[in-house]
Design a protein around this ligand. Structure first.
Ligand code: NAD
Length: 342
């Protein structure tokens, strides 16, 4: 089939493209390279560098290729930063989504739109989060993902195409942008160690998160585009085990240095104040995806971290890629970004 993957030069998107290419589909991909890498682009997909915030260019491209299935992964996913960049977050996560979807509807060829949302839509409700809970986002990123989800359901109903919404956990693994100083806790920690530096843990580190290896996410996103059972459904994606950031930090240090006793004094993590609006505990139930898509966790956190560290050591330290200036700031802006500590 003719499929379009937005964010195809990014971490999750590039794995999704690879799988679709391997399945023999005609794959088109868009990315503006704000967070993606040329090395991630599959040579067998038809790639175009476009910023989806550009309504005209996006519309022209979508109308030209007439995709039957769209996997929408492009986003500015810097959740903790979204309070300080509300305009950019809305443009890249909500407007960009509409700029992709609306021309696709107009072609009358669109069969299904797979939207990659996030657990941020659940906000500070009591975990574990289940799909029946109503969205109640705590941050601007979560608001933008909630708006995308709700708009998608309305337009699918009015214009008669199918949708599937996927809400992954913290995804990690090979090809993650470890140069991103705003997000991807595992990637940031590893990159700091590669640079011979320490990393910073926001708050007491007891906040809990669930982590998904990329191999336990990308195949289910692909399935969401084709399976009859996924039509007009919403899924949490990932394992149900949750871990504190301190625990994850210990696993990384152990794997990186071979043992916790070998961590150099100047590379021991430092705790700094919490980020504003950061949800303390965010993990969810996965019983729906287990039942409907046959989800099974194939790689545990310790092994997955070991694999990612091997890959990252090979890649080497990456100079952090700070994005454009924050739109608004105050005393709550984390010093890691204000002072560019990473
Ligand atoms: N990684 C996670 O832990 C996680 C968890 C939940 C949800 N998600 C969602 O999954 C999707 C992919 O995330 P990822 O971790 O692979 O991030 P990523 O940054 O590696 O990939 C996103 C890609 O989108 C591109 N992009 C951003 N804005 C764009 C624009 N306006 N036009 C064109 N391309 C644009 C970036 O260049 C990047 O290559 C995002 O929608 C994100 O919100 C990720």
């Amino acid at each position: 089939m003719k499929v379009l993957v937005t964010g195809g030069a990014g971490f999750i998107g590039s794995h999704v493209v690879d799988m679709l290419v391997n399945k023999g589909h005609e794959v088109f991909s868009i990315d503006d390279m704000s967070g993606g890498f040329w090395r991630n682009i599959n040579p067998s997909c038809k790639f175009e560098k476009i910023n989806l915030v550009d309504k005209e260019k996006t519309s022209e491209f979508v109308k030209k290729i007439q995709p039957e299935i769209i996997f929408h992964l492009a986003a500015d996913a810097t959740e903790g930063r979204s309070q300080f960049t509300p305009i950019n977050c809305t443009e890249r996560n909500y407007n960009a989504f509409l700029h992709t979807l609306v021309p696709a509807i107009k072609t009358k060829r669109l069969k299904r739109f797979v939207a990659i949302s996030s657990m941020s839509i659940y906000g500070a409700q009591k975990p574990p989060f289940s799909e029946e809970m109503r969205p109640c986002p705590e941050d601007i990123y979560g608001v933008s993902k909630t708006a995308m989800e709700e708009t998608l359901k309305i337009l699918a109903d009015v214009y008669g195409f199918e949708y599937c919404i996927m809400r992954p956990h913290n995804v990690y693994g090979i090809r993650q942008n470890i140069a991103d100083p705003y997000r991807n806790v595992i990637g940031i920690f590893i990159n700091q160690l590669l640079g011979g530096r320490k990393y910073y843990i926001y708050g007491d580190g007891k906040q809990k998160r669930a982590f998904s290896h990329i191999n336990d996410v990308a195949p289910y996103i692909v399935m969401a585009g084709f399976s009859k059972n996924c039509k007009n459904e919403v899924f949490n994606v990932g394992p149900s085990e949750e871990y504190s950031i301190n625990h994850v930090s210990g696993l990384i240090l152990k794997s990186f240095f071979g043992s916790l006793d070998k961590v150099p004094e100047n590379q021991k993590p430092e705790h700094i104040p919490d980020r504003p609006k950061e949800v303390k505990n965010a993990y969810c139930t996965n019983s729906k995806i287990v039942k409907i898509m046959g989800y099974k966790t194939s790689i545990g956190l310790e092994d997955g971290i070991g694999e990612m560290i091997d890959w990252a050591k090979n890649l080497g330290y990456q100079k952090p890629r700070y994005l454009h200036e924050l739109e608004i700031e105050n005393q709550l802006t984390p010093k890691t970004w204000k002072e560019k500590l990473l």
